[in-house]
Structures are given as structure tokens and as C-alpha cells.
Write a protein that binds this ligand. Structure first.
Ligand code: HEC
Ligand code: HEC
Length: 326
């Protein structure tokens, strides 16, 4: 018996040492780096249709983090993340060759947007990754970044370096590391299949699941359905005043989901303009999605009907958070 305890003790001791060693390694090396990737050789044709589509997507996905007060993508401080991520700044992604991304190739941009790995192998832990976005939508974003839109004209602005917390560095070495690059054809599902189309709009395009599941650190960008608490909400974020706000439960759970509160038309209005059925306005950081069409926003509603229901009373959590902050 004593021998067993001794062995268990040694094993536990080794585990503690290994964990301590790994933490020390992360503290010293910081964010992970990868081999400079072999990026796809591709030149995106900048057709007017693509630029228009790219602008609609960028309005929805990129502006909220990268834009300054004039709506130029010169970088900004991120204010909606829980404090444990550190002090995070987005960067200049205008066409300037030094301060921005004017020197990146189209392939390098696409590789980065899908995986989080820069051409030199360095890694972006906070910037969202879009591994399952359709090729056509991805190329539309790139076409728009190269366009003569006011938002992306060269600017010399540089944001301060981000101060990533130890937790962020640790997560970047583990669950929030680079998303593997897959050489495959990704198409937009036929819009006549409203559920399949809605699944793409929600998960592949707008990434609603990222905010509306349980936790940023437990999400799966490549297979969103594997994210913890998929669309059950409760993810902790910060509102405009810096107070804690938990994201809404978007499943159709009878007690705590949004189904009982929203018709499809009301849902479309909430998603596009951030207005609830009673006329009240949804709080930051819920972004307005004005550039989604009614059909796109409505298809998300049809898709959400089909996913597993999760019982999670977010309204009660938010009430508690408000009481605690007063
Ligand atoms: C949730 C906030 C957020 C959103 C949304 C976002 N970004 Fe970023 N982005 C960041 C942050 C933060 C960085 C800096 C790297 C890091 O900390 O992960 C970054 C870095 C980048 C870089 C790397 C530039 C460099 O010089 O290293 C590019 C390119 C980029 N973003 C493009 C985009 C595009 C295009 C979109 C829209 C499809 C987008 N980002 C949406 C937060 C965001
Ligand atoms: C940046 C994080 C973020 C993203 C991305 C996001 N949401 Fe939200 N959403 C929130 C937060 C936070 C709330 C809670 C707002 C409140 O309580 O006032 C919310 C609330 C909502 C509500 C209202 C629920 C209620 O309580 O009445 C709906 C509907 C909704 N989101 C749908 C979506 C859809 C669909 C998408 C994708 C197209 C999306 N959201 C993307 C953060 C986000």
C-alpha cells in the first residue's frame, strides 16, 4: 500500500513540475511562433461585385475592431474583452506599405485570416480566425482591402504594442493556437436550403457563435459545433461603460432561449439594427449587422431552430452582474 502512495506521489510531483516547467517556458518565450508558412499563390481579381461584397463583410466583421473614429482601419484599442486577456490593440490594416498591410500578398492575407499566422511565422492570438469562410467571401474581403475605399487608404498610424497577459500567452500555446490551414474548396451553400445557408451565414461568415457560446477560450473556429455551450450564450464580455455583460442565449430553449420572445421579423430587426421587440436597444458589444440582407439574417433564425437547446438563464446572470456593480 505504502508503495502505491509513493508512486502516486512521484507521478503527481512530476506533473506539478511539468506544469511549472511549461508555465516558465511560456513566460520566457511569450507567444508561439511557427515556421514561415507556404502561403497560397493567388491573385484575387478585384471585380466591382467582389469589392462591394467585401465592403459589406468588412463593415460587419473588421470595422468594429480595426477602425478609428473616422472609420479608417488604422487600429484601435479593444475594450470589449474580459480584463484577463491583457491590454490589446488592433493594428493598422490600411494599404500603407510599412505601417499597414500594403506589402502583403493576397495569399499571405488569406493564409493569415484563416489561421492567425503571419508571413514571418509570428502569431496573432486575439484576431479572430475564419477557417470555414467560403473562398468567394474571403477573396471579396481581400479585394476590398485593396480597393479605393476611404477606409483602407494608406495611413502611417501605429498603435501601441499589445500587452498580452500570461493567460493569453498560455492559451495561445494551447487552445487558442493557430488554426491549421486546409487546402480545400469552400463554397457558399445554395440559398434555397435556408437552414444550410443560415448555418453558413451564422458560423462561417458572421461568426455569431464566437460571442454567443459559453467562452472565448473554449471555442472551435474550424468546427464551431464543438464550441462549449454552442449558442447557449453566457460568454463574459464588457459593455461600453466597462461593466460585465453576458451574451444572449440564442438557442430555442423553451425557458431561457430567445425563441419564445422573437418572431422571425423581430429577430431580423434585432440582428441588423440591435433593436428588441419592445423597442429597447441592445447593448454594446452586440454589433449591428446592417449589411446582412433580410434573407441572410432570417436564415440564421431558421438554422438556430435546428441546433441543440441549452438551458442557460443569461438574463438572470446579467441582473446579478448589474446588482454587483452598483
Ligand atoms: C475582435 C476584434 C477583431 C476583429 C473582428 C478583426 N480583427 Fe484583425 N486584428 C485584431 C487584433 C487584436 C490584431 C493584432 C494581432 C492580435 O493581437 O491578435 C489584428 C490583426 C490583424 C492583421 C495583422 C496585421 C499585421 O500587421 O500584423 C490583419 C491583416 C487583420 N487583423 C485583418 C482583419 C480583417 C480583414 C478583419 C475582418 C475580416 C479583422 N481583422 C477583424 C482584432 C480584430
Ligand atoms: C462581439 C460579440 C457579439 C457578436 C459577434 C454577436 N453578438 Fe449578438 N449579442 C452580443 C451581446 C453582448 C448581446 C447582449 C446584448 C444585451 O443584453 O443588451 C447580444 C444580443 C443578441 C440578441 C438579442 C437577445 C436578447 O436578449 O434579446 C440577438 C438576437 C443576437 N445577439 C443575435 C446575434 C447574431 C445572429 C449574431 C451574428 C450575426 C450576433 N448576435 C453576433 C454579442 C455579440
Amino acid at each position: 500500500m505504502k508503495k502505491v502512495f509513493k508512486i502516486v506521489g512521484i507521478v503527481l510531483g512530476c506533473l506539478v513540475l511539468a506544469a511549472a516547467g511549461f508555465c516558465a517556458y511560456v513566460a520566457v518565450t511569450g507567444l508561439p511562433t511557427y515556421d514561415p508558412p507556404a502561403t497560397p499563390k493567388i491573385t484575387v481579381a478585384r471585380t466591382p461585385a467582389r469589392i462591394q461584397r467585401g465592403e459589406a463583410i468588412a463593415q460587419m466583421l473588421c470595422i468594429k475592431c480595426h477602425a478609428d473614429k473616422e472609420n479608417r482601419l488604422t487600429g484601435n484599442e479593444m475594450t470589449d474583452l474580459p480584463a484577463f486577456f491583457g491590454k490589446i490593440y488592433t493594428v493598422n490594416i490600411t494599404q500603407d506599405k510599412e505601417a499597414g498591410i500594403g506589402n502583403w500578398t493576397d495569399g499571405e492575407l488569406i493564409y493569415y485570416l484563416r489561421t492567425g499566422v503571419r508571413p514571418d511565422g509570428s502569431f496573432a492570438p486575439v484576431m479572430p480566425k475564419f477557417p470555414i469562410m467560403a473562398d468567394e467571401d474571403m477573396e471579396s474581403i481581400v479585394a476590398w482591402l485593396r480597393s479605393d475605399s476611404f477606409s483602407v487608404q494608406p495611413s502611417r498610424n501605429e498603435t501601441p504594442p499589445s500587452e498580452y497577459s500570461f493567460v493569453t500567452k498560455l492559451l495561445a500555446h494551447t487552445v487558442l493556437g493557430a488554426v491549421p490551414y486546409k487546402q480545400e474548396l469552400r463554397t457558399i451553400p445554395d440559398s434555397t436550403d435556408e437552414v444550410a445557408f443560415g448555418r453558413y451565414v451564422a458560423n462561417g461568415l458572421a461568426s455569431c457563435f464566437a460571442c454567443h457560446s459559453a467562452d472565448f477560450t473554449k471555442q472551435d473556429r474550424a468546427t464551431p459545433e464543438l464550441s462549449a455551450g454552442f449558442y447557449g450564450g453566457g460568454n463574459e464580455m464588457k459593455d461600453e461603460a466597462g461593466n460585465i455583460i453576458y451574451t444572449a442565449n440564442l438557442t430555442f430553449d423553451e425557458q431561457t432561449g430567445i425563441a419564445r420572445k422573437y418572431t422571425k421579423e423581430q429577430f431580423i430587426k434585432a440582428v441588423k439594427y440591435c433593436v428588441r421587440p419592445d423597442g429597447s436597444v441592445l447593448s454594446y458589444p452586440m454589433p449591428p449587422h446592417t449589411t446582412l440582407t433580410d434573407y441572410e439574417a432570417g436564415s440564421i433564425y431558421e438554422y438556430l431552430k435546428t441546433i441543440p437547446k441549452i438551458n442557460n438563464d443569461v438574463a438572470a446572470k446579467n441582473k446579478q452582474a448589474r446588482l454587483a456593480s452598483n
